[in-house]
Ligand binder design. Structure first.
Ligand code: C5P
Length: 225
């Protein structure tokens, strides 16, 4: 089956505070987005990748992937959802035979290729939508605007959700065409609203999202730089 991965990489990375877009921050000398895309292609399960970037970064991103025709670049949007929507439109124009679409954060630079392959296999095996999840280790509480605890949530049924998230193509297309698109924090959230069942597979701690300085230090440690 023909598999396209969309990589939203148009964020500013304000929480990381590197002064450059997070996707271009180097980890052991290699930009986060390059590591993320390598992980996708190394899985052997992904045929094409479409990266959504900020307008001003298109040239630099094209240069980073100049040696592979499997990778395309599009201009992203003001939030993650519009970046994915732009990548989806551009990617399906470029590779119209696509049957499975993955969405993967550029910031999850150390995601193991085996995790990518397991998600593609789940959709190829018949599921409409699949996300990688981990159990939640901390106790979770809801608080009010002043920070006072309102209640404690039963964590046994809670899962932290990672990327890549994998979809049968028409399902993701419908989610983005349905006018339900807003600033959702993940793509499965849009698909759930269509009434489509979203399945889970075990995630991997290495698929963590580099968000803060601390995450970057952890990632540096893990790659031995
Ligand atoms: O901000 P956050 O870490 O949740 O972003 C997740 C991913 O979405 C990152 O890879 C980021 O580059 C991307 N993003 C995007 N367009 C935006 C905002 C975020 O592609 N406007």
């Amino acid at each position: 089956m023909s598999v396209l991965a969309l990589v939203p990489a148009a964020g500013d990375g304000v929480r990381l505070g590197a002064g450059i877009p997070k996707a271009l921050v180097r980890l052991g000398g290699v930009p986060l987005v390059v590591r993320a895309v390598r992980g996708l292609l190394d899985s052997g399960a992904v045929d094409h990748v479409l990266i959504a970037v900020r307008d001003g970064d298109v040239g630099e991103m094209r240069d980073l992937f100049a040696d592979t025709a499997a990778v395309g670049v599009a201009v992203g949007g003001a939030d993650r959802t519009s970046s994915v929507g732009a990548a989806l439109r551009c990617g399906l124009r470029e590779w119209p035979g696509t049957e499975i679409v993955l969405v993967h954060d550029a910031a999850r630079a150390l995601t193991p290729p085996a995790l990518v392959a397991s998600l593609v296999a789940a959709v190829a095996g018949g599921m409409d939508a699949v996300v990688p999840v981990l159990p939640v280790a901390d106790t979770i509480k809801e608080v009010d605007a002043a920070g006072a605890v309102e209640r404690t949530v039963d964590r046994s049924r809670l899962r932290a959700v990672q990327t890549p998230q994998a979809f049968r193509r028409p399902v993701l297309e419908r989610a983005y065409a349905a006018g339900l698109v807003d600033a959702a924090t993940d793509d499965a959230g849009l698909v759930e609203r269509l009434g489509v069942k979203v399945h889970t597979v075990p995630g991997d701690p290495l698929a963590f999202k580099v968000t803060t300085r601390w995450d970057l230090e952890l990632a540096e440690h893990l790659v031995g730089s």
